[in-house]
Design a protein around this ligand. Structure first.
Ligand code: ARG
Length: 286
């Protein structure tokens, strides 16, 4: 795991189904609506899959992620991105018969990169939030998680919002942990006040800063919290309290329902503990 951590740190078209009213004789509004409905029905009946067709045409599907979030994504010893999300994404690519390309970037930039078409979907242990739903569409949820608090071993700090108020809290920038530490009540229910939020490019880095005594706590998702604690050889402690209830999903560009549905079909095959098996497998880090 240490080696992996070092690596982790080192690495740091819309074909909208133009369902516009295309009937020739539009005499009134009612007629227009009928035409639209008819066109939509025709297209659906023909099984139109514009996004999937374009991906097959390219022969490649691009996943956007931030590989600093074990066990969901991390850099393997060979420098490639490994984890639960790449495994699921590979299953999507295999089923489509195309190659998977993984693009590793700052977590904070993933939503806008997806919106501007730099990738076909995001798979990044990303929590479904109302805020993000304004920007992208989410697939079905495949993981349940919570924000948790990690403190230096021996610290008397508790995971109560009142106790965390005014403290130095390390987070990964742009994550729900960042929002929580920042006291974003609307999106996270947090009532933390005036914390000094130290924003890092990765949760792993935040964990190292904590181990070095540069912060009082980190707020981060449960499994990454466990992985970070395990990697710091007894220097850190994970507190029990769950600050939030969150669900992860893949994200696609708005309106790309064919791609979203296709991914949902693959995720459905991973129900009944199969995702948990992947999590266990990728937590078994050296
Ligand atoms: N679940 C949190 C969120 O959606 C953190 C995700 C961080 N993911 C990553 N690959 N770094 O904000």
């Amino acid at each position: 795991m240490k080696k992996r951590l070092a690596l982790l740190l080192a690495g740091a078209m819309v074909l909208s189904a133009a369902l516009t009213g295309c009937g020739a004789a539009k005499t009134d509004d009612t007629q227009k609506t009928d035409d639209k409905t008819a066109a939509a029905t025709d297209t659906a009946a023909a099984g139109a899959t514009p996004t999937l067709d374009a991906i097959k045409q390219k022969g490649e599907i691009i996943m956007l992620t931030n590989a600093q979030f074990p066990p969901f994504e991390y850099l393997g010893d060979d420098g490639t991105v490994k984890g639960v999300d790449p495994d699921l994404a590979q299953a999507v690519a295999d089923k489509l018969g195309v190659k998977l390309k993984v693009v590793d970037m700052d977590f904070n930039g993933i939503v806008s990169a997806l919106k501007s078409g730099k990738g076909d979907f995001a798979a990044a242990g990303m929590t479904v939030t109302e805020e993000r739903k304004k920007e992208v569409d989410f697939t079905d949820e495949y993981v349940t998680s919570s924000q948790m608090v990690v403190v230096p071993a021996g610290s008397t700090l508790t995971a109560e919002d009142a106790a965390l108020s005014g403290k130095n809290i390390a987070v990964q920038e742009g994550t729900t942990g960042d929002w929580y530490a920042s006291g974003d009540t609307e999106n996270t229910g947090s009532t933390i006040k005036d914390a000094n939020v130290l924003r890092y490019k990765s949760g792993v880095e935040a964990g190292m800063m904590l181990a070095q005594g540069k912060a009082d706590a980190i707020i981060i998702d449960q499994k990454p919290a466990e992985a970070i604690v395990a990697s710091q050889n007894g220097k850190l402690t994970l507190l029990d309290k769950k600050l939030t209830d969150e669900k992860y999903a893949f994200a696609v560009q708005k309106g790309q329902d064919d791609l979203r549905d296709f991914i949902n079909g693959v995720l459905a095959e991973y129900k009944d503990g199969k995702v948990d098996e992947l999590i266990t497998q990728h937590m078994g880090i050296k």
